[in-house]
Design a protein. Structure first.
Length: 224
C-alpha cells in the first residue's frame, strides 16, 4: 500500500488500511458526541427510597414492572405510571455511556466517487476515543473534541471501533460534492447551520461574508 503526501498531509491509497489494520474513517456528525457527553453517570431523579429497593431487584423483576398493567401488583409493588418512570430512570442510570463518535468508514460508507452513502447517522458505527485518565476521583477525561469531517484511524476489537490516531488537517482547500473522491474527501469542520458550533469572528474574512481562507487549520502563518 502506498501513501502520498499533499502539502504535508498523508493521504491513503489502496485498501484504506494503515499500519497494523488501522482503518481510515471520518467523523460523521457533531450531535452524536454531544449526546454522549451530556448523559449523566447517575440520574438523581430516582428517589433514594426507590433506588434502595431497585438495587435488590434483578433486571427481570424490573422488566416485569415495566410490562405490567397500571394498578396491578408486581414484585410487591403497586404499579403506577410514576413507578414505571422511576424504573426507566433507574435503568438508564446504570448504562454509563462514555464519550464516543459516529464514524463513516471510507471503504464501507462512501461510494467510489467519494460521496457519502445514504445511510442515516444513527445506523453508522460508534468509535471510542482514547481516554487521558482512568476516571478515578471523578477526574476530567479530557477527551479531544473532533469536528465533523475529521479523519481518524481506527482499530477494531470484536464489533467495537477505537480511535487510535487523529489525522491533523494541514490543507487549506477542501473538496466537496462532485469534486470529492476517496483519496481526498474534505470538509472544513465549520457548519453555518449548527448553532452549537458557530464560526468564530476570528475565522470570518474581513469582508464579513465568508470563512477566512486557511482558518480551519492549526498554527497557520498567513501572508499579508
Amino acid at each position: 500500500m502506498a501513501l502520498k503526501s499533499s502539502n504535508q498531509k498523508l493521504v491513503e491509497q489502496g485498501d484504506f488500511l494503515l499500519g497494523q489494520n488501522h482503518i481510515l474513517a471520518q467523523i460523521a456528525d457533531n450531535e452524536s458526541y454531544i449526546e454522549t457527553i451530556d448523559r449523566a453517570k447517575f440520574d438523581t431523579k430516582v428517589t433514594p427510597e426507590n433506588k434502595s429497593v431497585f438495587d435488590t431487584y434483578s433486571q427481570a423483576q424490573l422488566d416485569a414492572i415495566l410490562r405490567a398493567d397500571i394498578g396491578t401488583n408486581v414484585e410487591g409493588a403497586n404499579v403506577t405510571e410514576v413507578l414505571k418512570d422511576q424504573v426507566r430512570k433507574y435503568n438508564k442510570s446504570k448504562k454509563v455511556v462514555l464519550a464516543r463518535y459516529k464514524v463513516r468508514i471510507l471503504k464501507d460508507h462512501f461510494t467510489k466517487d467519494g460521496t457519502p452513502k445514504d445511510i442515516p447517522v444513527k445506523k453508522l458505527p460508534w468509535a471510542y476515543p482514547r481516554s487521558s485518565t482512568s476516571g478515578l476521583r471523578n477526574e476530567s477525561q479530557g477527551d479531544p473534541v473532533l469536528p465533523k469531517g475529521t479523519f481518524v484511524y481506527l482499530s477494531k476489537t470484536g464489533t467495537q471501533y477505537w480511535i487510535e490516531k487523529i489525522s491533523v488537517n494541514t490543507l487549506c482547500e477542501f473538496l466537496t460534492g462532485n469534486d470529492a473522491d476517496l483519496e481526498n474527501i474534505g470538509g472544513s469542520g465549520f457548519d453555518t447551520k449548527d448553532a452549537k458550533y458557530q464560526v468564530p469572528k476570528t475565522s470570518i474574512d474581513y469582508n464579513g461574508k465568508e470563512i477566512a481562507k486557511c482558518s480551519e487549520i492549526p498554527t497557520v502563518a498567513v501572508k499579508i
